[in-house]
Design a protein around this ligand. Structure first.
Ligand code: FES
Length: 103
């Protein structure tokens, strides 16, 4: 299992969300807070690899073809036939820092 230190927890408070490339994961992640809970997911769209953004505290959004994804479980919200969810990463908060894991 790979464990990476990402940032101080207050970075999410200052910015609605942020993204960071993690070389060891070969993935860019998006970190955001929704209903007081932190979420860490891949910010690379499972459709064709477009960039994922966090939109108005309501959903995750890809500008390339307009798919919307649930902030909680990463499922596609606006195209029922598209079943692939955003990759979800485990994380922990230790001494004010966020750490993310990949198996
Ligand atoms: S690449 Fe994201 S919606 Fe198509």
């Amino acid at each position: 299992m790979i464990k990476k230190k990402i940032c101080k927890i207050d970075k999410i408070e200052k910015n609605n969300f942020f993204k960071i490339w993690i070389e060891d994961f070969k993935d860019e992640i998006i970190v955001y807070k929704y209903k007081k809970k932190i979420y860490v997911k891949s910010s690379i769209c499972p459709h064709f690899g477009g960039p994922i953004s966090y939109k108005n505290d309501k959903y995750l959004f890809c500008y390339w073809h307009g798919l919307k994804f649930s902030t909680e479980n990463g499922q596609c919200l606006n195209q029922k036939s598209f079943k692939t969810c955003l990759i979800d990463y485990l994380y922990e908060v230790k001494k004010d820092y966020i750490y993310v894991f990949k198996k």
